[in-house]
Design a protein around this ligand. Structure first.
Ligand SMILES: [Zn+2]
Length: 87
């Protein structure tokens, strides 16, 4: 009942989408929907206010993960080194 409905897109109607982050209902104009579809983008899940914040926090998370990976590599390396030195 749900999956089959995705394909039928009414460009003549503006859509109202509930923002995933703040729960606010925002308008997704038919013209924008047409643009998104032509680019192959999925419909937005966040309102205009939350979109830049989501992008920023995603970048921040990526940086944190990279830093974590670096730290793990470093600690693994020092563990190996310690083992090597103690044996
Ligand atoms: Zn929002």
């Amino acid at each position: 009942m749900y999956g089959s409905d995705i394909k039928k897109y009414h460009h003549e109607d503006d859509e109202n989408i509930t923002c995933r982050d703040c729960g606010k209902i925002f308008e997704f104009p038919a013209t924008e929907a047409a643009f998104f579809e032509s680019k192959g983008y999925p419909a937005p899940i966040r309102c205009r206010e939350c979109r830049p914040m989501a992008r920023a926090s995603r970048r921040k998370r990526q940086r944190e993960q990279q830093e974590l990976a670096r730290q793990q590599q470093r600690s693994t390396f020092s563990d190996v080194l310690r083992e090597h030195l103690s044996s």
